[in-house]
Write a protein that binds this ligand. Structure first.
Ligand SMILES: Nc1ncnc2c1ncn2[C@@H]1O[C@H](COP(=O)(O)OP(=O)(O)O)[C@@H](O)[C@H]1O
Ligand SMILES: [Mg+2]
Length: 297
């Protein structure tokens, strides 16, 4: 029997303060409880069917990376141990444990710190038209999925609704200040480089990723989730070939399935069939196990 995915959480009948596409967020004073549900989105639409344990996998993977990079920059984590959470969450531990992070509330910087090591997605699209990504000039002759000579910082604005907009690093500096922009983007690139090399040694290409930073009493803090399949593009190294769009490590079965339906991508998507859910769950678990060396479930 397949496990039941956790699609929504509530606290003794109360809804979270905010529901993102994937996460439920509870405001608990000067802190937040960030809960990764089992919701999954593809082509910007949350599917009515979830992937059992996906939220746990993403939270545990973020925690793994926060631990690895805590020497580079402070992060928002207070605790991921349910025993340390406010009592209402402890009393509902079946729902919240292993998928939630108790974090310091930050004043979030209104920029997505995207770092790209390869040409994909909106980066590839801009490069094809103008030879640049976020206004950064790149060498001629690169193909889709080509590795860039160096990883680059390609910021985007954080749109409350709709799509994020790519901007140049200079524009990001105008929005958050030169100094913060320089500091946060250098940290983002450094973490990307280390995570990329680490992941590669485990058979996964970290194509690009997005970080979010915030401030606490003026101090720069790494927040949100980091280096998960939801905030990054993971590619299987054995299927990588410049000139071709590599399959997504985690979402390939979902995208493939949705492409076989006649869904228009402008209305709620068709529910994923069970075999797609099972195969996708296996990929998420595989990514987790390859990267951390640990078994989750
Ligand atoms: N420490 C923090 N303090 C304040 N806001 C945070 C913190 N960490 C993450 N966030 C915000 O919480 C939200 C996480 O919800 P999520 O489901 O990822 O939303 P989205 O669908 O917008 O990605 C994001 O808006 C993120 O900026
Ligand atoms: Mg998010």
């Amino acid at each position: 029997m397949m496990k039941v995915p956790l699609m929504e959480t509530n606290l003794n009948g109360r809804n979270p303060t905010k529901r993102g596409k994937v996460r439920d967020i509870y405001d608990v004073g000067d802190a937040l409880i960030l809960v990764a549900t089992d919701r999954i989105s593809a082509f910007d639409w949350v599917n009515p069917v979830g992937i059992p344990d996906k939220g746990k996998i993403l939270t545990q993977l973020s925690l793994f990376w926060f631990e690895m990079f805590k020497g580079i920059v402070p992060n928002h984590l207070i605790s991921a141990n349910i025993e340390d959470f406010p009592s209402e969450f402890r009393e509902n531990s079946e729902m919240f444990k292993d998928r939630s992070m108790y974090v310091k509330k930050c004043k979030m910087l209104p920029i997505e710190f995207v770092v790209r090591g390869y040409l994909a997605g909106s980066g590839w699209k801009e490069y094809k038209q103008k030879g640049t990504v976020c206004g950064i000039q790149l060498p001629k002759g690169l193909l889709e999925a080509s590795k860039l000579p160096e990883p680059i910082y390609t910021p985007a604005t954080k749109a409350e609704t709709g799509h994020d907009e790519n901007i140049s690093p200079d524009e990001a500096g105008k929005i958050i200040g030169e100094e913060l922009n320089k500091k946060a983007s250098e940290i983002a690139i450094k973490i990307y480089r280390e995570a990329h090399d680490y992941a590669l040694s485990k058979g996964i290409i970290l194509c690009d990723t997005k970080f979010e930073f915030g401030l606490i009493d003026g101090e720069l803090v790494l927040a949100d989730e980091i280096l998960t399949p939801d905030s990054s593009r993971f590619w299987p190294v054995d299927q990588y070939e410049p000139g071709k769009n590599p399959p997504s490590f985690d979402k390939q079965f979902i995208r493939d399935y949705l492409e076989t339906t006649n869904w228009d991508k402008n209305s709620p998507p068709p529910p994923l069939p069970e075999e797609v859910v099972i195969k996708t769950r296996e990929k998420y678990l595989e990514a987790y196990t390859r990267l951390t060396g640990k078994q989750l479930c």
